[in-house]
Design a protein around this ligand. Structure first.
Ligand code: AMP
Length: 249
């Protein structure tokens, strides 16, 4: 089974985002960028399936600026076989990403696409679901376990009340949740090897997709600053304060 793994280059999850002075977005100048954490989990899952002999080839795809090559090289160093970079120097919205991925799915015919459940920069949580709709393929979102038996893909999903298991028929779309696995670090020899793995370059126009933005960001603001806490001497004082605030009866 061929597996397609879309990976997005996003602000590193350890970096505290700074909002631009004019409130038009997050300041990305000189900020560390990395692979979206949920996508690292997706790459790891694809590699484990290849190690088990279930997956035959892993293709990593990224849509973004030239620098997204670094993200693809990381996926290749982890164990993906080849990569496709769809270059767009302007931000592509989730629908545009899903439309491009749908074209790549039609071209490559993967048995499964594993995406992150959301990109941590825009927190959209849309691409996987849109891709399933555009391709007419079944979807299993927020996977905490994936079991494959022939063309049956069993996905255990994290839902509010606990776990739900759904059975999908391949080809299908799956999105990863945090507890699916713990991604590996790429070893130095694999980082070196990744430099010679194939990386194809395309543009949205090659797939006939118009990526003109449909949304306009009106304002981006920092969350309100938390006010300083107060130290209390004992439990009685704490309860008295909570009562005064109307929190405790
Ligand atoms: P989102 O719907 O934007 O929160 O993204 C969900 C998932 O779609 C991500 O975890 C990625 O797997 C994939 N994705 C989103 N944007 C891109 C992109 N520009 N390039 C590649 N994959 C993407």
């Amino acid at each position: 089974m061929k597996i397609l793994v879309p990976v997005k280059r996003v602000i590193d999850y350890n970096v505290k985002p700074r909002v631009k002075m004019d409130g038009t977005g997050v300041d990305l100048a000189n900020v560390k960028m990395s692979m979206n954490p949920f996508d690292e989990i997706a790459v790891e899952e694809a590699i484990r399936l290849k190690e088990k002999g279930v997956a035959t080839e892993i293709i990593a795809v990224s849509i973004g600026e030239q620098k997204a090559q670094e993200t693809l090289r990381t996926a290749l160093a982890m164990g993906a076989d080849r990569a496709i970079l769809v270059v767009s120097e302007t931000e592509v919205e989730p629908l545009g990403v899903a439309k491009i991925l749908a074209k790549i799915v039609a071209e490559e015919g993967p048995g499964m696409v594993i995406l992150g459940k959301q990109a941590i920069d825009d927190d959209s949580n849309q691409v996987g679901q849109m891709l399933a709709a555009l391709t007419g393929r079944p979807q299993g979102t927020f996977a905490s376990k994936i079991e494959i038996d022939g063309d049956s893909i069993k996905v255990t999903r994290e839902v509010d009340g606990g776990l739900e298991t759904v059975s999908l028929k391949s080809p299908a779309i799956v999105t990863t949740d945090l507890r699916l696995n713990e991604p590996r670090y790429a070893s130095l020899p694999n980082i070196m090897k990744a430099k010679s793995k194939p990386l194809a370059q395309k543009t949205p126009a090659d797939y006939g997709v118009d990526v003109t933005p449909r949304l306009k960001t009106l304002k981006v603001a920092e969350p309100p600053k938390r006010s300083a806490g107060v130290k209390v001497a004992d439990v009685d004082e704490l309860v008295a304060k909570l009562k005064a605030m109307g929190v405790a009866a």
